[in-house]
Design a protein around this ligand. Structure first.
Ligand code: ATP
Length: 245
């Protein structure tokens, strides 16, 4: 029997303020060990889907009105954010949110709150191995890091919880091409260490080049899905959804 998907979203409907229907029956799976790309224009509902998974919808006056979210086979529809973290789900939010006033190391420590004390050293070493630049700058104030370094720190912080599923909201946004490549390589490396990844991206070519499967979202619904290779080669997709040829 195939292992259960680490994330399974079924026929999900989400409304904001009880009136604005933003997800309209969205379904997607992240198989265990996979990188899955979620593509779509601004406002398609990508961030809303992530909020529905992490339990953060409520903080934005959003509510699931239909459908389900299963994590590792267990129904977690509308679960508390803390419970979702305990299930091994971590998120890198859009916009490289780091604690600007705190040092790099303290930012990483903040990401380790769900871990036992003894595990902390091991985890921080793993993050420094992935991002040597963070090790070099461990005592620097996070707000003074470059944009690329802050993105690495945001990813590193999420990894401190040793997630089995990492949700990434547009990690390449606003980064120079060289840094986009670096982020892409890091995602591949993280995945190689056993973490499944749901990669939300506007940079469709980057996301599809490393994902095994992709979904295209339009106005709260999946309008196309398939193996990443297929989506990448599809002229219509390139033109209409990816904004590139
Ligand atoms: P982006 O790439 O711009 O972040 P997205 O695909 O992630 O886009 P969402 O941020 O999920 O899209 O937004 C989907 C729709 O929901 C948009 O029309 C947006 O205006 C609306 N929306 C998002 N948050 C709220 C909120 N708290 N209250 C009301 N409407 C919201």
């Amino acid at each position: 029997m195939a292992p259960l998907p680490v994330l399974s979203v079924n026929n999900l409907e989400v409304v904001y303020d009880d009136v604005v229907l933003v997800l309209r029956g969205l379904s997607l799976d992240v198989p265990d060990g996979a990188i899955v790309a979620l593509l779509g224009a601004n406002g398609a509902g990508k961030t809303t889907l992530l909020r529905a998974v992490t339990g953060l919808l409520i903080a934005h006056r959003g509510r699931i009105t239909k459908g389900s979210v299963r994590i590792g086979g267990t129904d977690r529809t509308g679960a508390d954010p803390a419970d979702v973290v305990r299930e091994g789900v971590a998120q890198v939010m859009e916009g490289r949110r780091v604690f600007a006033e705190m040092s790099v190391e303290d930012n990483l420590r903040a990401g380790a709150h769900s871990r036992r004390r003894g595990e902390y050293r091991e985890d921080v070493t793993r993050v420094y191995d992935l991002f040597p630049v963070l090790a070099e700058r461990r005592r620097a104030t996070a707000g003074y890091l470059s944009g690329g370094e802050q993105q690495m720190l945001a990813i590193g912080r999420a990894l401190m919880a040793r997630p089995r599923l990492l949700l990434m909201d547009e990690p390449s946004l606003g980064l120079a091409p060289r840094l986009v490549e670096q982020v892409r390589d890091i995602v591949v490396q993280i995945n190689g260490q056993g973490t499944s990844v749901l990669l939300v991206e506007q940079n469709a070519v980057m996301a599809l080049s490393i994902a095994s499967y992709g979904y295209v979202l339009e106005v709260g619904k999946v309008v196309r899905d398939g193996p990443a290779r297929e989506l990448l080669d599809d002229e219509d997709i390139r033109e209409f959804y990816l904004g590139s040829t």
